[in-house]
Write a protein that binds this ligand. Structure first.
Ligand code: GDP
Length: 462
């Protein structure tokens, strides 16, 4: 398929949803003010049904356009290419001689945050053609280090020997460079997320609607390979669950996050999207059991959900949630539970979560590696997708907007720095040409993908 066809198809899909967010929001408001409640409720129900039908039809397009097999093969090929390039980078012919980048895994945060730290390091290594050395002795999840839980990120090169280590940013081409945490680097290199490699961009965009998270997912795919003992522990827990599709994954992040980094969201807010997913699915096929895989760090949520939603079958492990609720102990046990949850969420057909949580974002990134395109298979109750410490994320205006008392004016081609989507048809952002900040009708803008000229690893066959 051509890139234009793909972009247009995604645009229609997204804007149908945007129309719905708008109508739903406006009519819900009137509903509260007016005594025409019943009438308006009927209208809302009707529009919801029509929206589901529209989206359902559009979801069929890629199955019918004749490129379905091509997309599956292309996604597998590009993923394989990236994995082979990473293996090449991580296994230099002469380790002693190789240029290296050193990262320390001991970032004082949860596992999702640490995974993203490794992703940042690996992208940095890929961009600067340096073999990544991961220091992880005394790691909070396993004192002996990363390699005792996961397969090492290199088979042949895991030490910088006695070479001099220079802290980045370097003024000369030092052989061994150590990298600070992403939060503390000044002058962020342009290759950091959400940028993607220019040489692969036009391949990725033809099968995936969100290349940035696909690219990040590829880094996770490379590093997240549990060793046999860990894999067995994961498999054993999963075997006890009756995992079957269709299934929706729900991630509910509570405990220490609520009130500090994210707002509390009631179970109803998550379940509204689960219901919508199944209502839409039922337009094309019967659904005997509405399954939900529920992952959470709140020990009471699973029971609460089961009692409030008897029409749904909840899968999940209360003991994992209980361990997670006390995750500050950072035990190997809590790591096993989290890996089970991440693995399961990433296998679900659809994901409802909060992207303010790194766990929610990792689940989505993993989902992106599990299928050709997961970019329309999630709903985040709060943030749009981002990478912590990322470079500016812009949208580009594809339609003109006059602007009024609440929304800002823009011209076609204007870049708009994005703060978030309000899921009511509008987002908030700053027009970089005029510096005006305010609301933007989301449908008049498109994601602005940053392509960076990463090394092309010509030694690795295409
Ligand atoms: P964030 O704080 O949610 O952005 O993500 P982090 O990964 O940095 O820290 C959260 C920690 O809480 C995780 O590493 C887990 O230990 C725990 N946690 C959060 N949500 C879940 C969950 O759904 N399941 C499990 N098993 N643990 C969770």
């Amino acid at each position: 398929p051509t890139e234009d066809y793909e972009n247009l198809r995604r645009r229609i899909y997204s804007n149908t949803k945007e129309l719905w967010y708008y109508v739903n929001h406006e009519l819900t408001k009137v509903l509260q003010e007016d005594n025409k409640a019943e009438k308006i409720q009927t209208i809302l129900d009707q529009i919801a049904e029509r929206k589901r039908s529209l989206l359902s039809d559009q979801q069929e397009l890629p199955n019918l356009d004749g490129y379905k097999d091509w997309r599956i093969a292309e996604a597998a090929n590009v993923s394989d290419l990236v994995q082979r390039r990473l293996r090449h980078l991580q296994n230099p012919p002469d380790c002693k001689d190789a240029r290296k980048l050193i990262c320390n895994l001991n970032k004082g945060c949860g596992f999702g945050c640490q995974l993203h730290h490794i992703v940042y390091c690996l992208i940095f290594a890929y961009a600067t053609e340096r073999t990544l050395i991961l220091n992880s002795k005394g790691w909070r999840y396993n004192n002996k280090g990363w390699d005792y839980v996961f397969q090492p990120i290199s088979d042949s090169c895991t030490s910088a020997y006695d070479d001099k280590v220079v802290q980045w940013p370097v003024t000369y081409d030092a052989k061994v460079v150590s990298l600070p945490f992403i939060d503390s680097i000044s002058q962020k290199p342009k290759f950091l997320p959400l940028a993607i490699p220019k040489d692969l961009a036009h391949r990725i965009t033809r099968f995936n609607g969100d290349p940035s998270s696909w690219w990040i997912g590829q880094m996770l795919k490379y590093v997240l390979k549990p060793r046999q003992a860990m894999q067995k522990a994961i498999n054993d827990t999963i075997a006890k669950m009756n995992f079957k599709t269709p299934i929706v994954g729900v991630h509910i992040r509570r405990t220490d996050k609520v009130g500090t980094e994210a707002a509390f969201h009631h179970i109803h807010e998550y379940m509204a999207h689960v219901k919508d997913y199944y209502d839409q699915l039922e337009l094309t096929r019967p659904v005997a059991v509405r399954r939900v895989y529920l992952a959470t760090d709140d020990a009471n949520v699973l029971e609460d959900a089961r009692s409030k939603y008897p029409g749904y079958t909840f899968l999940g492990d209360a003991s994992i949630a209980k361990t997670a609720a006390t995750h500050r102990r950072y035990t190997p046990l809590s790591l096993t539970g989290l890996l089970v949850d991440l693995h399961m969420l990433a296998m679900c057909d659809y994901l409802v979560c909060t992207f303010s949580s790194q766990v929610g974002r990792v689940a989505y990134e993993m989902m992106q590696t599990n299928r050709v395109d997961a970019s329309d298979s999630f709903f985040s109750l709060d943030d749009i997708y981002y990478f912590g410490g990322q470079n500016a994320h812009d949208r580009i205006a594809v339609m003109h907007n006059d602007g009024n008392y609440q929304d800002i004016a823009f011209q076609v081609g204007d870049l708009i720095g994005i703060a978030g989507n309000h899921w009511n048809g509008y987002g908030r952002g700053t027009n970089k040409r005029t510096n005006l900040n305010g609301l933007i009708p989301w449908y008049k803008t498109a994601d602005h993908l940053v392509l960076y000229p990463f090394p092309e690893y010509k030694q690795v066959p295409m």
